[in-house]
Ligand binder design. Structure first.
Ligand code: BF8
Length: 652
């Protein structure tokens, strides 16, 4: 019998809690009240936030305050530390070039290309892991996962030119996995899924020289270009940023989404609950945080293991309550209806419920300080990715070949931690909010009766004026969830359908906008459509790699009308973005022809020419551009004006 996987404790967890408490618990009640209101718009988070300030438990907002004021050169993109002749900062009139001779525009553009490449790499490497799992199924080395959506599996095989004739699923999985792995380093000079884009959009890419050639290739070229002595012209540098981002959206993220559907099921509309109130007093609570559904889906399976259930009984818990966080949470919510505890800025607060036995993470958007937060409680932080071993956590090396055994050991460790809970510290004073999620492209087509024509008709008649993809994160520069919720509410009021992913979608869920009853907050046209279909006016389309679903939906609409994506009454918005991944998403939206409004200014203001290229100049190349507007109501005005302009150009 194989030995049970054992965790490694990555460096002893320091009990830093008392130190933080002595440092932070100095606030008087009036200041706590004021800060609570300034920091979050999430009603369910407020009691927890108040408690962290009362008890001196450090959060992201405290650390943000500690970092103020920020360096103005770094904030505007004018600092460069990529080589050992520096670091350099551009401070006119004396310091107008770095040691290498690079001026402001190049330094800003190079930094931005680096940011896009980092985000594209993160999404795409996640995609690679999913595809490798499919390939492993084909090769017989991975046996814990199965093909859950065979119809989609065969559809993708056909798309990748695989003759599925007399082959069994294993043979097809091997061939499809191999073909998809080829997309990362292909010599074909194009990406297969990018062929879904309307012809006109593909022609725009060709003319602009940004057709993505291979996923790894574009990221590696970006890294080459930011090496000192390569990139010299800011325009040329940023054009490659668009190409790199397209290799993410139509490449790595698309593969992550499509093969996750194959392995775990394509989402269908379902109901669940969100906010910190999903944590249960009587159960073993395990939060699943990060991005890749491979781990979380296996934990879900292991939580039903009879041996584990016997152990649950033994420790006196009512059951195991899995709760999602961030994008792993979105994957579970969309496919399995697993409740979601919240978005990026809820990750520390869920520990402060005092009822979390384990915080299980893989990678991306995980605060490295989570073990510090957990040191105030009994919670185990369990890290699982060799790429993200977190000091202060217990580490299990998660591999698809041994997935179930590892997931079971993780769940067991969580259950065994239940008796260590301190009952007086359990604090769950909020009730969860109902949500309807699961709107994959296939589910939307299904809800419309099998074709997108009814949606196109509603847009043409003006009942729905257009659609907006609202995506991205939380950022302490914006009141938590305020940007997402206000923008969504304002747009639906104007009969603009919102399709959302990532932390934006969770924010809308917590605010009640993912319920069919929220249609009453929409304008009359959108309201009637939602009521007749029984759907919410804000559609949850998944995690951040699932922004690929938004691209695929836009492609379906463009192909149905035989126009490029840039001609459709669509827009994108990232009201509270923070991550490099979000920059890559914004860039591939724009490069695909979707006007995109950011709520947080990127670090580019040190170069007026770069600002002007991104907000105006790109229109000449890709018929779309960025805008930056922190006020959600003004952002709604910009988006509405854009959608109405597109409608007029289409003559509808
Ligand atoms: O990938 S929205 S904070 S969790 S980066 Fe992160 Fe941003 Fe959330 Fe998901 Ni996306």
């Amino acid at each position: 019998m194989a030995e049970e996987p054992k965790p490694t404790l990555i460096r002893e967890r320091q009990d830093v809690c008392e130190l933080d408490r002595a440092r932070l618990a100095l606030l008087n009640p009036a200041i706590i009240e004021q800060k609570k209101e300034e920091r979050t718009f999430d009603e369910g988070a407020k009691p927890f936030l108040e408690m962290t300030m009362r008890e001196g438990i450090e959060t992201v907002w405290d650390r943000f305050e500690m970092q103020q004021p920020p360096c103005k050169y770094c904030s505007s993109g004018l600092s460069c530390s990529r080589c050992a002749m520096g670091p350099c900062r551009i401070i006119p009139p004396q310091r107008i070039r770095g040691v290498c001779g690079a001026e402001a525009d190049l330094i800003v553009a190079r930094n931005l290309l680096d940011t896009i490449a980092t985000g594209a790499a993160a999404h795409s490497d996640h995609g690679r892991e999913i595809v490798l799992t499919l390939y492993g199924i084909g090769k017989g080395t991975v046996t814990d996962y199965v093909i859950a959506d065979r119809e989609k599996f065969l559809r993708l095989a056909a798309e990748f030119g695989i003759d599925t004739g007399k082959k069994d699923d294993k043979a097809i999985a091997s061939e499809l996995g191999h073909a998809m792995l080829g997309e990362f380093g292909t010599v074909k000079d194009h990406l297969q899924i990018a062929a879904r884009a309307p012809k006109a959009t593909q022609e725009i890419w060709e003319n602009a020289g940004i057709t993505p050639r291979g996923i790894d290739r574009e990221v590696v070229e970006a890294m080459h270009r930011v090496q000192m002595g390569v990139a010299a012209d800011y325009v040329n540098t940023l054009v490659h940023g668009l190409r790199t981002s397209l290799s993410d959206g139509w490449g790595g993220s698309s593969l992550a989404t499509e093969i996750s559907d194959v392995l775990f099921g394509t989402p269908k509309p379902n109901e669940s609950m969100v906010n910190l109130g999903v944590v249960r007093k009587d159960s073993v609570n395990i939060s699943l945080h990060g991005h890749n559904p491979m781990l979380s889906e296996m934990v879900l399976k292991a939580a039903k293991d009879p041996e584990i259930l016997a152990l649950v009984k033994k420790v006196g818990a009512a059951g195991i309550n899995l709760v999602g966080l961030c994008c792993t949470g979105n994957e579970l919510l969309m496919r399995k209806g697993i409740p979601n505890a919240g978005n990026h800025f809820n990750q520390e607060l869920v520990i402060t419920t005092g009822a979390l036995e384990a915080m299980v993470v893989d990678y991306q958007c995980i605060f490295p300080s989570l073990p510090r937060t957990a040191s105030c409680y009994h919670t185990h932080v369990i890290s699982t990715s060799p790429k993200s071993r977190i000091p202060g956590s217990y580490y299990f090396g998660f591999e698809p070949e041994t997935a179930y055994a590892t997931a079971k050991a993780i769940v067991k460790m969580a259950v065994e931690n239940f008796p260590n809970r301190i009952p007086e510290r359990v604090f769950i004073p909020v009730e969860p909010v109902k949500v309807m999620t699961g709107f994959s492209v296939e589910a939307i087509r299904g809800a419309l009766g099998g074709s997108f024509k009814p949606l196109i008709d509603q847009i043409a008649s003006g009942n729905i004026r257009g659609a907006v993809g609202i995506v991205g994160c939380n950022n302490p520069k914006v009141k938590h969830d305020y940007g997402h919720v206000l923008l969504s509410k304002e747009l639906i009021k104007r009969d603009i359908l919102c399709v959302e992913t990532g932390c934006a979608a969770i924010a809308s869920g917590k605010a009640g906008l993912l319920q069919p009853s929220a249609a009453s907050q929409a304008g009359p046209g959108l309201r009637a459509v939602c009521e007749s279909l029984g759907i919410p006016p804000v559609l949850h389309m998944g995690s951040c790699v699932d922004n690929a679903r938004i691209l695929h939906l836009a492609a379906e609409l463009g192909n149905a009308l035989n126009v490029g994506i840039h001609r459709l009454p669509l827009a994108g918005a990232a009201p509270e973005w923070y991550s490099q991944k979000a920059v890559s998403i914004g860039a591939y939206f724009v490069a695909s022809g979707v006007y995109t409004v950011l709520g947080v200014m990127p670090k580019i203001t040190g170069s007026p020419p770069v600002v002007s290229l991104l907000t105006e100049g790109l229109k000449g190349a890709v018929n779309a551009s960025f805008a930056v507007e922190p006020d959600p109501l003004k952002a709604a005005d910009l988006i509405t004006a854009h959608i109405e302009r597109k409608r007029a150009e289409l003559g509808i």
